[in-house]
Design a binder for this molecule. Sequence first.
Ligand SMILES: Nc1ncnc2c1ncn2[C@@H]1O[C@H](COP(=O)(O)OP(=O)(O)OP(=O)(O)O)[C@@H](O)[C@H]1O
Ligand SMILES: [Mg+2]
Length: 386
Amino acid sequence: MSQVHETGTATRAPSGPSRDLKLAQLTKEYATFTAVKALDLVVPQGKFFALLGPSGCGKTTTLRMVAGLETPTSGTIHLGDTEITYDKPYKRPVNTVFQNYALFPHLNIAKNVAFGLERRGIKDHKKQVADMLELVELTSQAHKKPTQMSGGQQQRVALARALINQPEVLLLDEPLGALDLKLRRGMQLELKRIQTEVGLTFVHVTHDQEEAMTMADTIAVMNQGVIEQMGAPNELYENPRTTFVANFLGQSNLIAGEIEGRDGDLVKVRVQGAVASIPADRAHSESGKGWLGIRPEKVLIAEAGQPIDAPGDVITGGYVTDVSFVGVSTQYMVKMPWGQELMVFEQNTGARRMLPVGTKVDISWRPEFAFLLDASQDAKAGIEED
Ligand SMILES: Nc1ncnc2c1ncn2[C@@H]1O[C@H](COP(=O)(O)OP(=O)(O)OP(=O)(O)O)[C@@H](O)[C@H]1O
Ligand SMILES: [Mg+2]
């Protein structure tokens, strides 16, 4: 039987001091491979936390250590002041929802949801089951069998089955992975609603950056067993600290530059003949070579010689090499005089015509939106291959 039923029978501690989930120097080594490397992480109690990273970066391994399904090689796991590193899975106030739901096919929905309570010998659970089914909006489906339900409905049953145990922490390992895109979008909002309603700590693992940004209060971006950066979605997006984060969370233009140094609250960078100013709190390197980063939607574009509404320098001499119309925006590729192609996303306000391939253009951006990264990093890190 799936491990999901072996975990999370211990229930929530009474309210009191904070029950943040804390991972300290958590490491998992397999024979020839270190899957998780000295991970330090605090998941604040009651928050929706997303662990985001590409396939194989160690997300599931991390979750399995928190659930007690995998023994760490070293490091500790605490819930508040209580250490749980080596506790048996069923002793932890933690439940897991996996991608494949693992519902009991022979039990109806209500019985699936009641399972955890039954197992703890709680017989009078009618009201709890009814409340849970209401929470996940499946009251009318209580007597169906799992095979008679859609993927999204089964997913909600799995969620109700975990939540009824009142865990302190709910671990979700790509729970929406089996759903098609439209259903996924719906379920993301649904999950967020449920989390807000029950106020539990959710740790949600995903490799879908849009999913993480839609749902999470805090995102930790994981790469090759380490956390690259952690913060609120907009913080990470607006001010990435590594090329991996800049490319994995959305898309970025990274332009090679020579850092001239700090000047008050700004760091000056020489890029292709012009000098750009980067706010010091967005400059993650202060000398030598650097990558000047600018998000495609922050780049302003105009036909050569036309005014651009930006206070910074205008870079001339580009031309459009590709145009994609995607409804809300138009995405341009612009070849710059130094040979690099930059991405420029423009909102379709209708203010002016789409610029066809071959159009000579100027570009610019507001300096406060640029960021600066150390050039020792690979500019292509985190770009997902199709
Ligand atoms: N039992 C094991 N023995 C050896 N290596 C393992 C074992 N389990 C996992 N790994 C390796 O550890 C790394 C991390 O695996 P993990 O399952 O945590 O990745 P993940 O981030 O969840 O990826 P995905 O998004 O594909 O689910 C992978 O490279 C994997 O091959
Ligand atoms: Mg995984």
